[in-house]
Design a protein around this ligand. Structure first.
Ligand code: 1GP
Length: 240
């Protein structure tokens, strides 16, 4: 089965995000194992700032679990040939050319050399109630939650440009996760899978986000803070 088809399958999917700057390579392996055993579908690896090479961490994760390990890079420095693939993010909510095409130009030859499977992804930053690292680092503005028409048009333009996934991002550790209304409207607008992440910290939110139509939900900070949530989120997923 190719990597993209794991995103297009009908079932609801959970991704654990591991930030290499906040989790050691050894711990990453342990957490990934637990997530995989409990029914998570993907391990995403990435962060806004990563100060160490990520090869060792990715290798440990790969050795510990049998679900795809997918790079979710904040910069072209966060690439590893040991991963199964890469979300090639275009920050289409922003107007910073470096995050639309610039970094991609620098990364493309390396991605090719590493033979990484890429999934072009429209990354849409939505206001999560505080300035996110993504907003600050990319020097772009998050779309206000009230501007649903702009969010929908942005997602639609991404699909028309040939992007294969839409990622609705409230920002890591957001005060407010992406609203059910926004998810429902985007789902009505595009036919490609929709990933939702940022600020999801309990099973009630997870269930509401799945019910609104999210195909994949990404959880990072909440599990970094409380590993017992892996089991709780997995149980909520199984109830879907
Ligand atoms: C961040 O969407 C991801 O890019 C996950 O966010 O860390 O808030 O779970 P959290």
């Amino acid at each position: 089965m190719n990597l993209y088809s794991k995103f297009t399958s009908k079932n609801k999917k959970l991704a654990l995000l591991i930030d290499p700057d906040k989790t050691s390579a050894v711990d990453a392996g342990k957490i990934a194992k637990k997530a995989s055993e409990n029914g998570f579908h993907f391990i995403f690896v990435g962060g806004s700032i990563v100060t160490e090479p990520i090869d060792e961490l990715v290798k440990n994760i790969k050795l510990s679990c049998n679900i795809p390990v997918i790079l979710f890079p904040g910069s072209p420095l966060q690439l590893s040939p040991k991963a199964d693939g890469l979300l090639l993010l275009s920050l289409i909510s922003g107007r910073n050319p470096e995050y639309l095409i610039g970094h991609h130009v620098n990364a493309a030859p390396i991605i090719k050399k590493y033979k990484l499977v890429t999934i072009p992804t429209g990354y849409i930053l939505i206001n999560g109630g505080k300035v996110s690292s993504t907003e600050y680092m990319s020097n772009t503005k998050a779309i206000p939650v009230s501007k649903i028409d702009i969010i929908k048009s942005t997602a639609l333009a991404g699909e028309m440009l040939g992007l294969k996934l839409i990622y609705l991002e409230a920002g890591s550790g957001a005060n407010n996760s992406v609203s059910e209304e926004i998810i429902k409207e985007v789902k009505k607008t595009v036919s490609i899978p929709v990933i939702v992440g940022g600020g999801i910290c309990n099973t009630k939110q997870l269930t509401a986000i799945f019910n609104a139509g999210a195909d994949v939900v990404v959880i990072g900070t909440a599990i970094e803070n409380d590993k017992t949530l892996i089991k709780k989120f997995a149980k909520a997923l199984k109830a879907e």
